[in-house]
Design a protein around this ligand. Structure first.
Ligand code: IMP
Length: 200
């Protein structure tokens, strides 16, 4: 049984969107610290797994600031591409974070595997790993996922990253066409957060 409730937490991300989303999911009585105004180098994401990368980020920022830290790692796995882009999801968009390019790359790789892919269901899932690491704390790592398929064209502009090509299972529209409020009720980040809420 986990006794110590967390009262203060550093969020190990430089992404403002993620910080906002995570802040919204943490109870208001917990003090949330960010990396804002801290000119830290980022750790290299050298692990081959989402959990591994979330762990190394949480540990790195925790040791740097001597605080309990929550870090995440997320991405899209496509079965036909042997789970690519996976942990390389952000890296496929290049230095300029160009997701048009990353999506084109995905379509090209799928097409190379199967010329008839547009008539098939191409199975995929988003995953989000979260790790909480800190002084005097037993490390916590969880993973949330949402299954779905790849749309045969880019649809919608409400989301970010790979949202315009991901259709969650049981729905007829992409994450990119979905109201953010609706997406956030069912997505991988929300599912991961549900598992760690009890620690706050
Ligand atoms: P991270 O910052 O290393 O976790 O990289 C995650 C990458 O995965 C992002 O840059 C996005 O490309 C992709 N990704 C993760 N979650 C989502 C999502 O909810 N929608 C769209 N793309 C996502």
């Amino acid at each position: 049984m986990y006794k110590k409730k967390i009262k203060e937490i550093l969020i190990g991300t430089n992404n403002k969107g993620k910080l906002r989303e995570i802040r919204d999911l943490i109870p208001k009585r917990v003090k949330v610290l960010s990396l804002k105004n801290i000119s830290a180098n980022h750790p290299k994401e050298t692990s081959k797994t989402f959990i591994g990368n979330s762990y190394l980020k949480a540990k790195y920022y925790s040791k740097l600031m001597n605080k309990i830290c929550l870090a995440d790692d997320s991405g899209l796995e496509i079965d036909l591409l042997n789970k690519a882009p996976g942990i390389y999801s952000a890296r496929w968009s290049g230095k300029n974070k160009n997701f048009n390019l990353a999506i084109k790359k995905i379509f090209k790789k799928i097409q190379d595997k199967d010329l008839n892919w547009k008539k098939r269901k191409i199975k995929a899932r988003f995953k989000c790993a979260l790790t909480i690491y800190g002084p005097g704390l037993k490390t916590i790592s969880v993973i949330g996922k949402i299954e779905g398929t790849i749309s045969n064209k880019k649809l919608g502009n409400k989301g970010f990253g790979y949202d315009p090509i991901f259709i969650p299972k049981g729905k007829k529209i992409t994450f990119g066409q979905m109201e953010p409020k609706v997406k956030h009720r069912i997505d991988h980040r929300q599912k991961a957060f549900k598992q760690i809420r009890k620690f706050f």
